[in-house]
Design a protein around this ligand. Sequence first.
Ligand SMILES: [Zn+2]
Length: 453
Amino acid sequence: MTSTRWLAEYAWLPEQAEPTADVLIETVNDRITGVTPLTPAGRPDAGVDVLVDAVRLPGLTLPGLANAHSHAFHRALRGRTHAGRGDFWSWRDQMYAVAARLDPDSYLALARAVYAEMALAGITCVGEFHYLHHGPGGTRYADPNAMGAALVEAAAHAGIRLTLLDACYLTASVDGQPLTGPQLRFGDGDALRWAERVEEFSPEGGHARVGAAIHSVRAVPADQLATVAAWADHRDAPLHVHLSEQPAENDACRAVHGRTPTRLLAEHGVLRRSTTAVHATHPTSADVGLLSESRSGVCLCPTTERDLADGIGPARRMADAGIPLSLGSDSHAVIDPFEEARAVELDERLRTRRRGHFAPAELLTAASQAGHAALGWTDAGRIAVGDRADLVTVRLDSVRTAGVRAAGVWFAASAADVAQVVVDGRVLVRDGRHLTVDVPQELSAAIAEVTPR
Ligand SMILES: [Zn+2]
């Protein structure tokens, strides 16, 4: 049994608009067992005996942050496509070229480095939206879940938890064009065969769980949506789906089905409390109503949406409709939960030319508890007794954060200001360094393996 007492200079506790000063956090193994804001008499400078053995956490300690939407291999494209012209669709061709080069070994090496980069940024749990299942041409590996197993192992090496959102990906377009070229690796043939493959996969280690995903209405025919939803129900698993990232998806869906992607999903039983719609950049007002009524969540990926020129989703309107918002770094143009969170507020400012749409505590919830919940980890994302012992400590004395009020970190800090990360009670990052992975070196090596010279 490992029992630790942490003394946070500031900690952001649940339901609090601002951080609380001088908080004693007690953990036993992977759980938080005590959270005690200290009175002035109990502060460390008062020399109270009880605190002699406590580990000091200077700065602001946050709960573990969740990255609810990731495609790990997209990290290999960072800085290689961003100066170019084009749009989402031309970027996608470059992404496919990287996908074509990956196998289970190279994907393990790349994902391990990417997940370790996430750990450095304060991310303690990732939702990997996984569709690169098969070998070249769509041939199955001897273990048909070899690529998923590589991702599970990568997360274990990097020290973070993972929900493998195994994506059903069957067609190339809303009107049912077959997969071709690099897309063949994504396909299982039909939703039943997808379900059979996923059903066989039970990841080792308590750090991982399996969820379901519908790649999009482009990739799963309407008559097969219910099969994926039924598998998620049967397993009580989260279900994620890319939704209305592009106006072209809405137009194609209306042309083929006479309804928006959101309505199509609703009519086939895909929307429910455990569903997360990823992006929801271009929903109609009726779509927002359907997401709200069904108690679905939405995962915003602002840095990717801006990078791919997708547009700005109606974040405040969706939050006002009661839709829980989570955050994802998606294509990993950057991996920085602070940048992701402040973009939710700042994008709304650009649209409305007014400030002050999201309270700092709402940004924290999106980056922590809501993200964990969207990934099926309902016991994480809060500094509260009974929750998992995930603690992310942000420096308040860096060149970016010096002089900042603790609640202001969402507008001042970057991933580089994360000093220490504890996941399930174990220190994973100390003094801004990952304890087991040389992250820059491993990223360079893994990306060199899978990108053209
Ligand atoms: Zn995505």
